[in-house]
Design a protein around this ligand. Structure first.
Ligand code: PRP
Length: 216
């Protein structure tokens, strides 16, 4: 738990950042620092006892789990891949996409008897998906542009995030099967949940109310 009386919130940089800042704006926070942050990584919300930390998705989980931050906004994709001990308390509804198994257009992933090779950045999600199906696959870890793996012939399919489907389409791939839907989640440190309960409840209530009004 962060030591001060302030609530420290870890925001995932990039895709989820804009929607989260938009949500803060809707609940009446002064987001001027968040919008004009330059290279600063810890920002304050004037008039509120709130500090905002901008971090990569997996680090949001680390900071919340270790109590450096009380609250985190992170995608379900990262939660499923990295796990960890914290409370997942709300689905924020934005950042919607999915994990999907994709293949070269027109390919049947399940045809034939050989063990298939699947490339992914998300090895735990992929392992769980195929274990659940009781299907043996070889998993190859790729760090970026996973779409290349089937095109270069090192994998029969990929498990990756699909949002608009444009990346797959432009590279001659298609979704073969959906794995799981994804959206942004609010996570809370387990100790903060007890010791800063009122402040957290208050903030979460405001966020959920704004989301329910469809204002984000
Ligand atoms: C993700 C994913 C795909 C792309 C899908 O990558 O890995 O490449 O988005 O989006 P689309 O369906 O709208 O085309 P991202 O841009 O998040 O970067 P990453 O490779 O660093 O994960």
């Amino acid at each position: 738990m962060s030591e001060s009386k302030n609530l420290r919130i870890a925001l995932t940089k990039g895709r989820l950042e804009k929607d989260t800042v938009g949500l803060f704006e809707k609940i009446g926070f002064d987001v001027s620092q968040l919008k004009d942050k330059g290279r600063k990584l810890i920002l304050s919300v004037p008039g509120q006892n709130i500090e905002v930390v901008l971090a990569k998705a997996a680090d949001v989980i680390t900071y919340v789990e270790h109590g450096a931050c009380d609250i985190g906004v992170v995608g379900k994709d990262t939660i499923l891949e990295y796990g960890g001990k914290y409370f997942e308390i709300a689905d924020l509804g934005f950042g919607r996409c999915k994990f999907a198994l994709a293949v070269k257009k027109g390919t049947d992933f399940y045809s034939g008897y050989g063990v298939k090779t699947v490339a992914t950045k998300y090895t735990n999600v992929t392992r769980n998906f195929f274990e659940h199906k009781k299907m043996d696959v070889d998993i190859v870890k790729i760090e970026g542009s996973v779409e290349l793996a089937p095109l270069l012939g090192i994998a029969d399919g990929i498990v990756d995030i699909v949002e608009t489907g444009t990346t797959l389409k432009e590279n001659g791939l298609e979704v073969f099967e959906d794995v799981v839907p994804i959206s942004a989640r609010l996570i809370v440190n387990t100790v903060s949940m007890k010791l800063k309960k009122d402040a957290i409840d208050n903030l979460v209530e405001k966020m959920v109310e704004a989301l329910e009004k469809g204002e984000n």
